[in-house]
Write a protein that binds this ligand. Sequence first.
Ligand code: ZN
Length: 455
Amino acid sequence: MEQEISITLRFNLAIGKVNLNEIVYKLKEIQNSLMLQILGGILRSYDDLISERLSRRYTSKARKGLGRHVRSDDPDSKFCRGRKVRKRGYRKSPRHFDTVFGKLKLPIRVVECLSCGAIYSPLLSALGVGAYKRKEANFENEVIEAVIDTNYRRLIKGRSIDISLGGVHNLVVSSDIDKVYQGVVPLEDLSGIMADETGVKQYKGRKGELRAVIGVTTAGRVEPLVSFSNTQWPEIERITKERIKGAEAFNIPFLYDGEPGLDDFLADVAESQRCTWHAPRGPYHALWEDGLKKKDSQSSIDKIKHLIGIELPEGDYELLKDEDKDQVKAQYKTSKAEIIELIKTLKDKGYQHGASYLENLSGRLFTHIEIWLKTGVIAPKTTSLLERVFRELGLRLKKIAYGWSDKTVTNLSKMILLKQYSRKKWEEYWKEKLGIKGYFNVYIRSVELSPCINF
Ligand SMILES: [Zn+2]
């Protein structure tokens, strides 16, 4: 079905005075209301076409997908099979829609089913909006993108969007973003997994714990795995395991920053590795508990830093000479032995806290080296990528999530991660949600100016 829209615009222009900015400024001003009027026109025409189809003689094929309604007075709310209708004018009040262009008020036709007598509006089911749904999904998309990009205030000011903070909350809490977080991420595409937590202010200023797990792909990119507000680690571990499957276990490190709840996280899938940046900085506190001042513990700490700072040769593992690999292996063995030596020294000197800190650490310091020796994959060894992710999350959540429930913060954090780090999945999510399948096309055929009315 093809149809044309004619638009008549009238402008007046002060010759020699108006500049480019003013012209663009004024055009921009009418942009949204022009689109609203076009949208209203298209929808009214669509409504007419549908009721025409249903009220006149058409083949059932031509009516396919139209006129679905619940049978009148049916206690089981079953759908009626009748498709022939009588037009019954318009609803008493127009229907309001929130769209990206602004609010649309639309008169809507009602029809009466000739089989069951039900009175209904066939346009609504054709448009895919329920009896009460008022917001179209482009609008949701725009709101959520804006919330993630900037913040709520800028959203209201900069764009012609009319939505309250409570409205944003409702959009986020009812979102089905979880769907995207159910797909399996093949383990063989990852070179490491990281997890950590950070505080966020939530409902009534109550502190929430935002916990996130990310994968690092072999190309070094972030792959969001899970993200939750106030959900305990064992539950997060269970969900993470559902998402990472395939491949041989234990060939990737699980990196963390010493959070005690994470000591055995994913222990049957990955080898744990303490962040090599943070790990050597931890003994300060343990040794301080043993009565050592910073200047006295410095030499032990420098030693740990030195021992774990094994550099892996660059370049393709397969192309490396055996002696390069042997050099790493030798260094690795020496370092491990010296760490054990250091633990013994600390114990001998009676530094119990320092010794047990290092003992706990010792099995998790060289995982990335062991993996490289075994597989040639250069795995991440610090949590710096995850720290960046948390900064991104914190920045955006801080501005809007104050006063929000766990579910809402969880959903928003999932959205932020996806938008920032899995752009493609984010776009697919919205395209599916919007139901864009190529059933509507519109293009500008011509824009012509008529001659001056009064020169
Ligand atoms: Zn009926």
